[in-house]
Design a binder for this molecule. Sequence first.
Ligand SMILES: O=C(O)CCC(=O)C(=O)O
Ligand SMILES: [Fe+2]
Length: 261
Amino acid sequence: MNATFTAMREFFSLPAVEKKQYEAKSASDPIKCGNFNVANTSNQIFTLWRDYLKLYVHPDFHCPHKPQLLREVLLEYSQRTRKMARKLVEAVSDALELEQDYVDQVLKLDSSFQMFAANFYPPCPEPDQAIGIPPHTDPGLFTFLIHNGVAGLQIEHNGHWFNADSPQNSILVNAADQLQILSNGRYKSVKHRAVVNSEKERISIVVANGPAGEAVVGPAAPLVQKDGHPLYRSMKYVEYVESQLTKSRVDGKSLLEQQMI
Ligand SMILES: O=C(O)CCC(=O)C(=O)O
Ligand SMILES: [Fe+2]
């Protein structure tokens, strides 16, 4: 984890011209970085205070050439987190009383789509006027989040925002959209946001562990049988990710809400 932070810090301190080559050109670029100033999530406009780097790291591994140690560090970090995600999926299948390899096969986990994101939030002179990341849920099954010891993540529960100050050197696991869909609503995708502060820079590193891009994700058939009906529409995961990146809200509804039947 430390090596990952070091590599990311180095990346964010590269001269702007070096980073410019990775600037987002389209939502589905496998490597993209940028800094948003304003985001419009249909009914609210936010001033964003964040630099980010987003990479697709599995099944194909993409990574900037610089800094030099980034490639090696990220390969290891993504491999290890993928293993962890798979263990969690096994535990979930067990808890949902699904056949042992049901989820693995339906979601084609050998070619799971994994995204790596690093967020860099510099100190903000007016933290009340800006936000790091506006409220959202993540795509995928499980998101793993680590940070550099500076608080900022908040989680929504019953309409209130709570600080989620996970200890440094620990991995915070959030349930994500496809887990909610697959479990026919038994697991809830966690709504969260990141706030900024005026004193310290914050770095968070996020890995979104998903099904395969080609997997069609809907509520698991045995659960639908139990419940009598599916609560969500099925959709190819790659299409879900791309729609979330481009046009995530329609009539103020998140993509997950739009999938509800
Ligand atoms: O910086 C954080 O704590 C949250 C980041 C996040 O939610 C994301 O990258 O999806
Ligand atoms: Fe997130």
